[in-house]
Ligand binder design. Sequence first.
Ligand code: SF4
Length: 691
Amino acid sequence: MDIKYVQTTCPYCGTGCTLNLVVKDGKVVGTAPYHRSPVNEGKVCPKGTYAHEFVNREDRLSKPLIKKNGEFVEASWDEAYALIAEKFKGYKPSEMAVLSSARTSNEENYALMKFARGVLKTKHIDHCARLCHASTVAGLAAAFGSGAMTNSIGDIAESKCVFIIGSNTFEQHPLIGRRVMQAKKNGGKLIVFDPRYTPTAKQADLYASFYSGADVAIFNGLMGEIIRNGWEAKDWIAKRCDLERYEELKAKVLEPAYSLENVSKISGISVEDLKTAAEWIGTAESAAVLYSMGITQHTVGVDNVKSTANLQMLCGNIGIPGGGVNALRGQNNVQGACDMGALPVVFTGYQKVTDPAAHKKFEDAWGFPDGICPPENGYEVTIMINVLADNPGELKAMYIMGENPLLSDPDLTHVEKAFANLEFLVVQDIFLTETAELADVVLPATCYAEKNGTQTSTERRVQMWRKAQEPPGEAKVDWQIISEIAAKMGYAAQFPYQSAEDIFNEIAEVTPSYHGMNYERLNKPEALHWPCPDVDHPGTPILHCEKCAHPHGKGMFHALEWKPPAEVPDAEYPYILTTGRCIWHWHTGSMTRRSETLDNEVPTGWIEINTEDAKDLGIANKEMVRAITRRGEVEVPAMVTDDIKKGEMFMPFHFKECAANRLTNNALDPGAKIPEFKACAIKVEKIQEAE
Ligand code: SF4
């Protein structure tokens, strides 16, 4: 019996824990702790513990599939490539769109980004960051000049006050939750604001529930109180910030609309709790804000993110240990997929596609004899879906790698209508997902355990995946599939890669923030945080220490007005629905629902209903109910609990049989084009027995 341990990075959340895969006779059979990781020090959450269980499932895709007469038929790679190349060559660039993947490696995202812009010559490329942290990228870039988590995960343990809003950290990023507990142990205070009394909230020194969508009002209220008490960091602001912007902010937050009494009415948080939170944040030696999709997934997502930056600049908590704006990114490599330019407005390292110099740089570096896509912004995924649904014929073909919009995107009826209008769909994945079922061609790809590569965690740490076993059947690594399609379409010279490392070296060449990285440097437990501009640079765990990343170096405040969600409760739909995840499952469940242990723990979804609301509705715990919004309805078991605010309801979105996104609203933030998953109006009905 041959047993070996292969050190790799967890494929689930953006924390980026390192673990060992246990490989027996060439097959991954378990996980084991890897103690030298500075991120998780040998600990993992349940998803990491069982990250091996889906790897060798019998339903892994192992051969290309081509749909003929409505049925999938196994095909050779040559047949699949020939069909794809023929079809793609038949469309104009503007008729094709590409979705890259936050689940795959940096190298694969880079290869697909290059394929979209260089081979298909389309400007329409995006990925699921649009659905989780597009507002972070836009909001933090506007405030600081760089759209990423400012501090490191380990640094959170140093904080004297941790303010968590819009994040159920202990369930979604459990190993970051561990650092929060270390901060508490070190004497730091923990404030949690959340509509639900989550496991995170249960650890708080100060917890307050609030109505989803009140965030800007809450931040303005806190900042007004801090300024009225003189707790703002006057010297820091004078030295580090644009002062005109500061005066605008000050005037705004001191308006009567943001008095604590008024903010209390908007948010449902008591004046006393708002005062306490303002004092703890305003007087702490260091305070860290942690947020996630409770902040970002709103029609005012960018404003919410800018508000977190406002508060932290006001208190001088930027560029210091234990401080920062810590946007906890969702998927394992959503940071990396953004860094790799799998977005419609940037090349790698956020070099703008509309910048003529950046466009020329990539055109020259890639050497496509017939050029690349024009220097114009493309469609975001949410806009792609709208265009497909509302303007049939404008977009005709799509290539999707490792994404599942048929469960992850809002208003699924609308998404289904959109996909029905596609002429040709290629899906590359490891399982036959809800989206793959609609494809014309399905390409079997490899999972994290079957390839080398890198991923970039939420703290901008670039870490390695290491191959532990061979892929199933004829499945191939994603970058190899992309390169082979490119070759079939006449661009073999532009995709000459023999390994993931070859691609990484090209990434480092064209990406200033990755320029000093290479596999030798990354192949260490601590890896490297970007920016890492040259090979002698140690990486940058904390951003903006001396100045912000804007060319002028100043932090930019934004005076913001609170606006309610796009859809608020009314007589017909009297409750607020918010959505999220649970600790046992991940995203659309394509991997966790195929992991026996995780699926046994939580085999289906639910809707959380406040005990008083349930009494009013005559609904008992565990009873099947009908949840209805203006967009659709689902039948789902009720979970009656005091752990959710009266008037609010919550559903996890992992479960296709009671899909929360059948109900959610696809109203978008006007800048980031992120949908408002976190607030819409809902009603719930008993299911009558006679039905
Ligand atoms: Fe994996 Fe995230 Fe859990 Fe760490 S915290 S083991 S990265 S899912």
